[in-house]
Design a protein around this ligand. Structure first.
Ligand code: MYA
Length: 497
């Protein structure tokens, strides 16, 4: 991809007009000392409580593991500098932190919170005190779990979010739209739609108490969020009930005050109370300790717009006409016969995906109901297409992608960039490459500007040929309180939103 050269990451102050407008309306003021003192108080409560693990034991494991990770991190940052696409950081939640991390040396003081958490430090091959393929801290009976919520800093309070209440959904939407993941040049910020958030947070069996907000006590304004949804996850051969954690967000005005660790501890406490002790999540930031590391790739669908918004750039030898020709797609799909998936296809498509996922080492084991929730098409949220055998009536091929636009900031012409993200795909009657070419055509028909895919599952077999360009950071996969060996990206079979 000579046409999409990444500019050096800007380290300038990240303030956009949009954010300033939002912040100006913020009435909550925060005394940084008060908040730290209060949070420090709640931390020490954790340490004393039986639901925390031995911090010195974890710290020792972390120290060992960091020596291993140091090499990995160095190579990740050098890859990063040769990347081709500026937006990939926002796509993979990594750029903000990865630029800070470049060339950074791990040291023992670096993760004062994560060092106290039951993370699989052995995964990098260091001394093993916890057996592999098991919990790091054993499950606890309810009676030994902390019964009361962690203390909130003065002026703030916990708030259970009812995501099915349109007003609260709107509050969550606004918090994220102005404060969630963005690139460090302040050009793009994820803009999850309200319909998307409802979908993401209400799978079968969802727990409202896993949708956890923090409000200003005075104004009741929503200032922070963390969410979880249940999933049964297979890691290697072990099937475990887990939560998928997502949408960790602290309002820009409350950053760097150690609020995130309190949110994480409180959701852990709530999840533990429902008998669940493991979690899966992704982040761009490298923390102790990823179980896998994937890379985003981007396929231009509207190259002109992507250049106009600053997502990609014309190289000196490229013209707009040539780049448009390079990325031109057929207007119709192939003769594979893809059509939108319907409820009648669910059983067959579910079986097809379940069989397909058997070959990976980190997957969700969907029930048919969960499959229907996650994969049946929803306008502007998720699209799924099937091809059905005329002979057997069974689904033979299946592709899906979800819609996650980004706000484009300070651009005279555009305020949104529409992105489709590859979700789950299975090809049995054609090559995956041919199926994914149809997926590109379908995403283009649905007005998307770019199609993103991680290099997980079998995706490597189509990325280059279908003209995807490599992104500039890694998306790290994590398992909370689970020890197992790290895996290659091709063995990762979960796509988190
Ligand atoms: S990933 C998306 C994360 N969100 C964003 O990037 C949105 C924009 N950023 C923000 O809103 C804030 O910067 C956040 C941090 C909230 C990220 N995952 O309060 P602080 C650690 C985990 O002073 P702030 C997603 O949603 C950091 O290393 N930890 O910092 C998955 C440091 O700890 P340590 C993170 O900047 C989330 C501490 O927080 C992350 O004001 C999975 C600093 O706290 C991160 N992305 O706020 C969460 N970023 O000193 C874990 C920073 O030790 C779930 N930190 O390095 C674990 C499982 C829980 C359930 C278990 C059930 C059993």
């Amino acid at each position: 991809m000579t046409n999409e050269k990444k500019e050096p990451a800007s380290l300038s102050e990240k303030v956009s007009k949009l954010i300033l407008d939002d912040n100006n309306k913020t009435s909550a003021t925060v005394d940084s000392k008060t908040i730290s003192d209060s949070i420090a108080g709640s931390t020490s409560t954790t340490t004393d409580h039986p639901d925390s693990i031995s911090e010195s034991q974890v710290a020792q494991q972390v120290q060992n593991q960091r020596q291993q990770l140091e090499g990995n991190n160095t190579s990740a940052s050098s890859n990063s500098s040769s990347s081709s696409s500026r937006i990939s950081a926002i796509m993979n939640k990594s750029k903000i932190i990865s630029s800070r991390k470049a060339g950074h040396h791990f040291n023992q003081k670096e993760h004062s919170f994560w060092d106290t958490q039951p993370m699989p430090h052995e995964a990098m091959g260091t001394s093993v005190e916890t057996p592999m393929h098991s919990a790091i801290v054993p499950n606890k009976p309810k009676s030994s779990l902390r019964p009361e919520p962690y203390n909130m800093p003065k002026g703030f309070e916990w708030s259970n979010i009812d995501i099915l209440d349109p007003e609260q959904l709107d509050e969550v939407y606004n918090l994220l739209t102005f404060n969630y993941v963005e690139d460090d040049d302040c050009m793009f910020r994820f803009d999850y739609s309200p319909a998307f958030l409802t979908w993401a947070l209400t799978p079968p069996g969802f727990h409202p108490q896993y949708h956890l907000g923090v409000r200003s006590s005075k104004t009741k304004r929503l200032m922070a969020l963390i969410t979880g949804v249940p999933a049964t996850v297979r890691v290697y051969d072990k099937l475990t009930p887990m939560v998928e954690i997502n949408f960790l967000c602290v309002h820009k005005k409350l950053r760097s005050k150690r609020l995130a660790p309190v949110l994480i501890k409180e959701i852990t406490r709530r999840v533990n109370h429902t008998g669940v002790f493991q979690a899966v999540y992704t982040a761009g930031i490298v923390l102790p300790v990823p179980v896998g590391s994937c890379r985003y790739y981007h396929r231009s669908l509207d190259p002109k717009k992507l250049i106009e918004v600053g997502f990609s750039r014309l190289s000196p030898r490229m013209t707009m006409a040539r780049i448009q020709k390079l990325y031109r797609l057929p207007t119709e799909t192939s003769n594979l016969g893809l059509r939108p998936m319907t409820p009648e296809d669910v059983n067959s498509a579910h079986e097809l995906l379940a069989t397909h996922l058997e070959q990976y080492d980190l997957v969700v084991k969907f029930t048919p109901d969960e499959f229907a929730h996650w994969l049946l098409p929803r306008d502007g949220v998720v699209s799924s297409y099937v091809a059905v055998s005329e002979e057997t009536g069974k689904v033979t091929d299946f592709c899906s992608f979800y819609f996650l636009p980004s706000s484009v900031m300070n651009n005279p012409k555009h305020n949104v960039m529409r992105a489709a993200y590859s979700f789950y795909n299975v090809a049995t009657s054609v090559d995956l490459k041919d199926l994914m070419k149809d997926a590109l055509v379908l995403a283009k028909k649905e007005n998307q500007d770019v199609f993103n895919a991680l290099n997980l599952m079998k995706n490597n077999c189509f990325l280059e040929e279908l003209k995807f360009g490599i992104g500039d950071g890694n998306l790290q996969y994590y398992l909370y309180n689970w020890a197992c060996p790290a895996m290659e990206s091709e063995k990762v079979g979960i796509v988190l939103l």
